[in-house]
Design a protein around this ligand. Structure first.
Ligand code: SF4
Length: 347
């Protein structure tokens, strides 16, 4: 079990639910635009957000951004430790430093001393872009931790990201054997959305299945809310957290005699828009039973009745109509055109 730390109100490690992170893509110095994007991320379900702090103006903007957002903010620091000091003075809830480019021990120690005083955790964020190979990445993280702990500072999170999935997974596995620091998982610079999604899912998924990882960030280009949606899907697919009903549907084939894709899409959209507004607290606590529902939408009688029976609500289609199942029993037959309405009614 990893040690538990706190980032603002969010617990990381020590068995806490795996937290979802993302990163704002705006120029941090534009506090209004950055806060706007972060509020969008909050709505999408992001639990910790990171912003790039590339100069002192960006560090100072954190003060204004923080007034307008509700989730903890992590300041991303490279090259200059003084930016970390300024970010903390301006209200950052967490600091990420890269030991590949913040190298001097005395600089890291200064950051640790202030973080300790202010009770702000630090992520030691190793990137393969700045440090080569698995052993080098693990050593860089352990060396940096030594410097922090020498200052009696223990609120440390670690990441070891490479753009290559195998290197990333190996680095995390090696590190996890040698430290109890909670781990932030991710595959860095994972590429365009199509391949990035696959790289992140495999890398993060493999580690989570090993029981490694306490918080995740899926790196994708474009709208950062896509990162949050992908992170939710990864956690839900692994049964680690639930954010909404699970839809099971077949890929369809020559046996299918209805427009199954339309039915699935409509149900998915309706579930998304009706996404249970009043209960984020219940959802976090895993007590919102509506998110536990399993819905099966199947194209024919080959696998249809089996899957539909197993689900809470299911439909096994035939020609233009299907049998509606609830909790393993057939309720009645419904026409294809009524399928969405009937399924939603029975959830
Ligand atoms: Fe094809 Fe039926 Fe299987 Fe769907 S359930 S993929 S329609 S055989």
């Amino acid at each position: 079990m990893t040690r538990q730390i706190r980032v603002g109100k969010i617990k990381i490690g020590g068995g806490a639910p795996i937290a979802i992170q993302s990163m704002a893509k705006t120029d941090t110095r534009d506090a209004a635009a950055t806060a706007r994007q972060i509020r969008g991320l909050e709505k999408a379900g992001c639990e910790i957000v990171r912003v790039a702090v590339k100069d002192l103006d960006a560090a100072r903007a954190i003060r204004d951004i923080k007034k307008k957002i509700n989730i903890p903010l992590c300041a991303d620091i490279h090259f200059d430790y003084r930016l970390a000091i300024s970010a903390m003075e301006n209200g950052a809830d967490k600091i990420r430093i890269n030991p590949g480019n913040v190298r001097k021990k005395e600089d890291i120690a200064k950051v640790a001393r202030m973080a300790k005083r202010k009770k702000i955790p630090i992520r030691v964020g190793v990137n393969s872009g700045s440090i080569n190979a698995v052993d080098g990445m693990v050593k860089a993280a352990l060396d940096c931790i030594k410097v922090l702990e020498r200052e009696d500072f223990y609120d440390i999170i670690v990441s070891l990201k490479a753009s290559d999935v195998v290197t990333t997974v190996e680095a995390y596995r090696k590190f996890a054997k040698r430290s109890d620091c909670p781990l932030h998982l991710g595959v860095t610079a994972a590429g365009p959305a199509s391949t990035g999604l696959i790289k992140s899912s495999i890398g993060i998924g493999a580690l989570l299945l090993d029981g490694i990882g306490d918080t995740i960030r899926v790196s994708l280009p474009g709208d950062p809310r896509e990162e949050v949606a992908a992170a939710k899907n990864i956690l839900q697919a692994l049964g680690l957290r639930r954010f909404g009903p699970e839809i099971i549907s077949c890929p369809t084939c020559g046996r299918c005699q209805v427009d199954l894709q339309r039915v699935v899409k409509e149900i998915e959209d309706r579930i998304e828009t009706q996404r249970y507004p009043p209960s984020p607290r219940l959802r976090r606590a895993g007590k919102d039973t509506r998110t536990q529902v399993k819905i099966a939408i199947m194209g024919c009688e080959v696998n249809g009745p089996g899957e539909a029976k197993e689900a809470d609500v299911g439909i096994a289609f035939g020609k233009g109509a299907g049998a509606l199942f609830k909790k393993g029993k057939i309720l009645y037959r419904i026409k294809e055109k009524d399928a969405v309405k009937e399924i939603l009614k029975n959830i």
